[in-house]
Design a protein around this ligand. Structure first.
Ligand SMILES: [Zn+2]
Length: 208
């Protein structure tokens, strides 16, 4: 199992679980209740150990996917045309810039004339939405063809709704990961107290 995904607290819990399992395996059990209890405890702690690794891996994969989803516009080809020479091309971004409205845009470089330009495509979907919002506001009640604006508003509303669904799903996943982190904290505290108890009373595992 890979340890690189583990938080400091998860590493502490793994170390504590391994200590506890080793202690129980070496414990010279005499009471019948201990002889029955110890293998169950070991099995339980081994499960918690596996779960801790799998939670950490799931969290890492979720965070990586969330980041990749956020910046996917940087990694795909966009069918656009050069602002300077009108040359049409399917291009990947060659960098990014920020405009006076603090919106981050992808930059593209024309393969024909070498001009660098942005095409109103944000670095993230949220940047794209911010830009669309600004354009819709600026051109409202102007000479600009209102039919085109209406189409843009429809695309904007669809994109915004999809982004909100993604945000909601991500918030739910993050909340689940917070619950798992709380479990790690509580379990570590429980085992820390138990370790102290084991070291103080080395005759029995149970309460007797
Ligand atoms: Zn060009």
């Amino acid at each position: 199992m890979e340890e690189k995904y583990l938080t400091k607290e998860e590493k502490e819990l793994i170390a504590m679980l391994q200590w506890t399992i080793k202690f129980l395996r070496n414990f010279p059990a005499k009471h019948p209740s201990d002889i029955e209890l110890i293998p169950k405890m070991i099995a339980h702690y081994e499960t918690v150990e596996e779960l801790t690794f799998s939670f950490a891996k799931m969290r890492e994969e979720f965070l990586l996917k969330m980041k990749a989803d956020k910046y996917y516009l940087k990694d795909i080809y966009h069918d656009i045309y050069c602002i300077a020479c009108n040359h049409p091309a399917s291009l990947k971004s060659t960098g990014q810039s920020r405009n006076k409205y603090k919106i981050n845009f992808l930059n593209f470089t024309c393969p024909k004339c070498g001009a660098t330009f942005s095409f109103g495509i944000g670095v993230t979907v949220k940047d794209t939405l911010k830009n669309m919002e600004r354009v819709l506001n600026d051109f409202k009640d102007t000479e600009y063809p209102q039919k085109d604006l209406e189409e843009m508003r429809e695309s904007y509303e669809e994109l915004k709704a999809s982004e909100e669904r993604i945000d909601k799903a991500n918030r739910k996943c993050l909340a689940d990961h917070m619950k798992k982190a709380a479990f790690v904290t509580a379990f570590l505290a429980k085992l820390t107290i138990q370790k102290y108890k084991f070291l103080t009373n080395n005759k029995t595992i149970g309460e007797s």
